[in-house]
Design a protein around this ligand. Structure first.
Ligand code: IVH
Length: 675
């Protein structure tokens, strides 16, 4: 087989496996095998530059960086959908369609519809020409939207090249870009750790992601897509006479199609579908806010027509909002591990989409004021994508007396310290590091899975340890004895011994876990990993300047300043010293005593693209000399991917699994600081 043939074969194979993985959620091969295919293709393309194709799967990332967004016009206006909220309105829709098609209301002939889930994302129009993705444009005002092609190209669910003989002429494939719930939770957790504002729902997060200018960042977000419509010029309409054939056609080209659509013979079947999904939707991995009902026969759609805003041949059925009305007993506040004060509401228990709700979050002082909720109000609570419900608004009845507006307390209810709020921040804080509430939350974080991983140290135990004054800070944990623990409620000798063993094991973990667990403001898991990888020991970190910290990839000004001020605080220095005295490991392997320091021990690097300052071999030698390993392909074990000029396909995999990236300058800093 000639290289040209093999390249074509590899592209086909890779696209096939991307589709199995990202579109069908049903991979056929292991990640390593997929990597090997990509690697082979990248190598072949590198050896035969004349055969490189901009739409090759190796080219998803790369290209020029997005610079703002140009506007682009849609082939035909992107209409919105009219909404219906109950069975009656659905039947009226059916009546209107029947009238337009000249089918008597009383006649038994049912109209053929397709019912689909309504994806709670944002609409996108993908232009394909000769089967190749040429443009991706947001809905915008319906006539023109923003050209987000560069960002759409990194979403692996979106094919760069369609398979199975798609039309040659330019056509738009329309659909929805969305963020699966799991990716949304992960993203918000990370933002929370960095004390950045969290997104209210996956839709907002997806909208934010698709419009960011850093398309490397887009790749990490985990956006997905579904397609549901083909818009083609009249003379080049693809071979589909019905909507269900359209969906089959899209799927045959490798486009992602949400698989729960159903052909419904008449409106009764549509109503049954809506009824079924009202509850079942909670088990989906993404958010859906309703059902879209579409006339199946495409020719009939033209007869039925559209208004300026909506097609008359389709309608959305919105699931009833998951809301309930209840009495707000009292607004209270919580204090988090960093001292942030968050108001929340105690509610009279109310049943809301499958659970009984007694608490609702109120986010911050401004939020309470904006919604003007007060103690004793009747309030509407709603469950969005999140687990903790929120208060939509108070129900105010004329003449009914209300309590005065809520006031943020001036002192911490847990420790009595005066609460403070820096002018440029929205949150009030308790600044007392010994506040029992902060200690409680801090201990839970310290023990959490992505920090010191101390299994068994849960809420009830932490509450007892703090209220019985057995533990005042993390270091105290390591002095706990089996006898002391066995005395506590719901603890026996056995669980006490288990916990002591867990604590013991946690003494020997990697440095990043301690840096993450110890609760330095703005230092999340990634920041902690970056710091540990660069400094390898608490002593070296303590000695580092803000500038040195800032030069570490993934560590910005805010993080560096926060780490410095944490380590400069005498209380924290004592805490770190006590942890060290308790035997908690303060450095990563081989830093001290060894003849040559091996600061990169246990770290695997992958290099992609060309490095300007040193040869591949020199880079590999240097990594090896520092105790690190170099691998040819990205896996979950890869610690860093070094990205040179014209990176190859490895970067796609790295971005898919969230491997931290180093550009050449950052890589040099890392290997040079370690000399
Ligand atoms: S069809 C002219 N099907 O909902 C018909 N839309 O509220 C165009 N949406 O702008 C839309 N899932 O962004 C259709 N299965 C689905 C959908 C869907 C979500 C969005 C779409 C549209 C909005 C209208």
């Amino acid at each position: 087989m000639t290289p040209a043939d093999r390249i074509l074969e590899l592209r086909r194979l890779i696209r096939h496996h991307e589709e199995r993985y990202y579109v069908l959620d049903d991979p056929e091969i292991a990640d390593v095998e997929f990597d090997a295919l990509l690697r082979e293709l990248a190598d072949l393309e590198a050896a035969h530059p004349e055969l490189v194709d901009p739409d090759s799967p190796t080219q998803r990332v790369g290209g020029r960086p997005a610079e703002g967004f140009a506007t682009a016009k849609h082939l035909a206006p992107m209409l919105s959908l009219d909404n219906t909220y109950d069975e009656g309105e659905l039947r009226e829709f059916d009546q209107r369609v029947r009238r337009a098609l000249g089918i008597a209301a009383e006649a038994g002939t049912p109209v053929g519809y397709v019912a689909e889930l309504k994806i709670d994302g944002l609409s996108i129009a993908l232009t394909y020409e000769q089967g190749r993705l040429r443009r991706a444009v947001t809905r915008g005002d319906g006539v023109q939207g923003e050209d987000v092609t560069q960002n759409a190209r990194v979403i692996q669910a979106i094919p760069l090249v369609l398979r199975d003989s798609p039309p040659e002429a330019a056509m738009e494939v329309r659909g929805e870009i969305y963020l699966p719930r799991a990716a949304f939770t992960r993203m918000n957790d990370e933002r929370e750790a960095r004390e950045e504002p969290v997104f209210a729902n996956p839709r907002n997060a997806a909208a934010g992601a698709i419009r960011t200018l850093d398309h490397g960042a887009v790749a990490k977000r985990g956006l997905r897509a579904f397609t549901y419509q083909i818009v083609a010029p009249a003379d080049a309409t693809p071979a589909a006479a019905t909507h269900h054939e359209t969906l089959a056609l899209l799927a045959s080209w490798g486009c992602p199609v949400e698989r729960h659509w159903r052909v419904c013979d008449g409106i009764d079947a549509v109503i049954a579908y809506c009824e079924e999904w009202r509850e079942a939707r909670h088990s989906l991995p993404f958010d859906t806010d309703g059902v879209v009902i579409k006339l199946d026969d495409l020719a009939a759609r033209d007869t039925v027509g559209h208004t300026a805003k909506f097609p008359r041949w389709a309608v959305a059925f919105k699931f009833p909002a998951e809301q309930a009305t209840t009495r707000l007993i009292k607004i209270d506040v919580n204090v988090g591990r960093t001292g942030r004060v968050t108001p929340f509401a105690w509610l009279e228990p109310v049943h809301l989409s499958g659970t009984t709700v007694q608490l609702a979050t109120l986010h911050n002082e401004q939020e309470v004021k904006r919604r003007d909720v007060r103690d004793g109000d009747l309030v509407i609570v709603e469950k969005g994508g999140e687990i903790i419900p929120k208060i939509v608004k108070p129900v105010i009845r004329d003449g009914e007396p209300r309590n005065p507006p809520w006031q943020m307390p001036t002192t911490c209810k847990f420790c009595g310290s005066t609460l403070v709020k820096p002018d440029d921040e929205v949150d009030w804080r308790c600044e007392n590091v010994s506040c029992p509430a902060r200690i409680r939350r801090g201990l839970l974080h310290f023990a959490s899975r992505r920090a010191m991983n101390i299994e068994g140290l849960g809420e009830s135990l932490v509450d007892q340890l703090v209220s019985k004054a057995l533990v005042h800070d993390y270091a105290d944990l390591y002095a706990l004895t089996v006898d002391q623990l066995a005395e506590l409620e719901r603890m026996g000798k056995k669980s006490a011994a288990n916990l002591v063993a867990e604590l013991d094991a946690s003494r020997h973990l990697e440095l990043w876990r301690l840096l993450h667990g110890i609760g330095i403001r703005h230092v999340g898991e990634r920041g902690a990993q970056a710091l540990a990888a660069a400094f390898h020991s608490m002593a070296r970190l303590r000695a580092a300047t803000v500038e040195q910290m800032q030069s570490v990839p993934d560590v910005g000004t805010v993080v560096a300043a926060s780490v410095r001020s944490f380590l400069d605080e005498p209380r924290n220095q004592t805490l770190v010293d006590r942890l060290a005295a308790a035997g908690v490991r303060m450095e990563d392997e081989h830093v001290e005593g060894a003849e040559t320091p091996k600061p990169l021990a246990g770290q695997t690097f992958v290099i992609t693209g060309t490095l300007d300052q040193l040869t591949r071999e020199a880079a590999e030698e240097r990594i090896a000399a520092l105790g690190g390993k170099v691998s040819g392909s990205v896996s979950k074990k890869t610690r860093w991917i070094v990205v040179g000029r014209d990176p190859g396909s490895k970067i796609e995999k790295a971005r898919a699994v969230g491997t931290p990236e180093l550009d050449e300058a950052a890589f040099l800093k890392l290997i040079m600081t370690d000399q």
